[in-house]
Design a protein around this ligand. Structure first.
Ligand SMILES: Cc1cc2nc3c(=O)[nH]c(=O)nc-3n(C[C@H](O)[C@H](O)[C@H](O)COP(=O)(O)OP(=O)(O)OC[C@H]3O[C@@H](n4cnc5c(N)ncnc54)[C@H](O)[C@@H]3O)c2cc1C
Length: 448
């Protein structure tokens, strides 16, 4: 490897290799032979030319925060870690754009873009890399207003499995020039090549925001209020559903002092306080008509930050409350009108089966999470969780939805791909075989 990078950027040390063996899921990989940290596109190109020739599997690695085994090396080989390829190359405030290397962390990009009053909105909670977010098409709490990662990528530099460097897209705000190869690479989880540079769209930081907490006596009313709010065109910047079980854990761990009843956290962004007060007045009327029992808006800045931090750390909170257990995460998404039945179906399953499961989600875009905890070595316990996951995903697909709203397919959701996509799944496989005939790029992901 010294032909490609300096000795400080290649390791065969046991601890580095073990650190790259798993993400936050229970999916375990095969110990890679080594870890390599490239810094520039040319290095990546030289490495891939060699690994392709030698038939060595390559697994790209960002921050390792995936939930489905997406960056887990299943066949050993080489892990290509992008954390040292982390320069913000240029921010062009006049174009609302930034050119970045793939290892740039989302929070760092926002710190730098913030100096110009701009930000990169997709927010998966975790401090993920831009490369990992592109590869998973990540999104988060503000997607309901601002969109997902795919909506912010204009142009990519990609190194193909054989080492060839290509550029997709352009820096114009729109283009109808041929196939949209940029979108092909977004969400491809490193199976088609490696992203080494991206031009991202940025947007202005909203001048005013207003957070609100709305409570309900029952879960169905809370879920129905979500589709009514979205249908009314109110355009919340975040609309999250929380159920009493999760709120109870948040209260215990974070002392956020919330009522332990079905609740919506929402936020509105706007150009003036007056406009926001008008919007929140309408939101209050709408949610009251759906059975909202209390509507607290104008949440103070400090409390707002505490609440969002607590929400972002929901997975960690659940994990800590169930020490020694692993998590299986449902990430289904459905059309917004079908959200209430999806939520009720999922909550009932968790209760009927008496498993440790917490229902919540990015409700505003129909995305539902159920985080369930158990021991994968306990076959009975784990298969009960798998069965709940299977049933929820199958129902979501029947309702016109998807097995994964934001976490990607990885290893965990591969079994649903054919059901969800039918013949399109086979076309995806043919594309992957065309680009990577030896199937060396992040093998065993997306496809079974
Ligand atoms: C507590 C917690 C909360 C989360 N909440 C959300 C959420 O709300 N929304 C959401 O979308 N996700 C969420 N996630 C999942 C995760 O943060 C995202 O999927 C994120 O995009 C992963 O980025 P990463 O940098 O960690 O990438 P990794 O996990 O390291 O890799 C992700 C994928 O990208 C590939 N990859 C990495 N770099 C490159 C590259 N340069 N070129 C090509 N392929 C590459 C990897 O091979 C892998 O397939 C959460 C995770 C945690 C731990």
């Amino acid at each position: 490897m010294s032909a490609f990078v300096g000795p400080d950027r290649f390791s065969v040390g046991q601890s580095s290799r073990e650190l790259h063996l798993h993400d936050i899921s229970p999916h375990l990989g095969a110990l890679p032979a080594g870890i390599i940290w490239p810094r520039i596109t040319e290095e990546v190109s030289h490495i891939l030319t060699w690994t392709y020739d030698q038939g060595i599997p390559i697994t790209p690695w960002g921050a390792g925060t995936s939930t489905e085994g997406n960056p887990v090396p299943t066949r050993g080989g080489l892990v290509m870690d992008f954390t040292r390829m982390n320069e913000i190359l240029e921010i062009r405030p006049q174009d609302l754009q930034a050119d970045v290397q793939p290892g740039v962390l989302r929070k760092e990009l926002n710190r730098q873009a913030g100096k110009y009053g701009l930000f990169f909105p997709p927010d998966p909670g975790a401090d993920a890399t831009i490369g990992g977010m592109i590869a998973n098409n990540a999104s988060g709490v503000q997607t309901v207003k601002y969109g997902a990662t795919k909506d912010y990528v204009l142009k990519l530099t990609v190194v193909l499995p054989q080492g060839k460097v290509i550029h997709t897209g352009c820096k114009a705000g729109k283009s109808s020039s041929g196939y949209d190869l940029t979108r092909l690479f977004i969400g491809s989880e490193g199976t088609l090549g490696v992203v080494t540079e991206a031009t991202l769209r940025l947007t202005g930081i909203p001048s005013h925001h207003l957070a609100a907490i709305i409570t309900f006596d029952d879960l169905e009313s809370a879920a129905r209020a979500v589709s009514v709010m979205i249908g009314s065109g109110l355009e919340p910047a975040a609309l999250e559903l929380l159920t009493p079980g999760l709120i109870s854990l948040m209260n215990k761990e974070k002392q956020v002092g919330l009522r332990e009843v079905p609740s919506l956290f929402c936020e509105f962004h706007g150009i003036s306080k007056v406009a926001l007060l008008e919007t929140s007045g309408l939101a209050r009327e709408l949610t009251q008509s759906c059975g909202g029992t209390s509507f607290r808006f104008g949440v103070e800045e400090r409390e707002r930050e505490d609440l969002w931090r607590a929400r972002h750390e929901a997975w960690e909170t659940i994990h800590r409350a169930h020490q020694g257990k692993e998590t299986l995460i449902v990430d289904a998404a459905v059309p917004i009108s079908r959200y209430p039945e999806m939520v009720i179906f999922s909550q009932q399953l968790v209760e009927e089966r008496n498993v440790a499961g917490y229902v919540f989600g990015h409700a505003g875009d129909g995305n539902l999470h159920v985080v369930m905890t158990g021991d994968p070595k306990d076959a009975m316990e784990w298969s009960a969780l798998e069965d709940i996951n299977d049933r929820i995903v199958t129902r979501a697909i029947e309702l016109g939805g998807t097995c994964t709203g934001e976490h990607g397919v990885g290893i965990g959701k591969r079994k649903f791909m054919e059901l969800e996509h039918g013949q399109s799944y086979h076309l995806m496989r043919r594309i992957s075989e065309l680009v990577d005939p030896k199937r060396l790029m992040n093998p065993d992901k997306i496809f079974i």
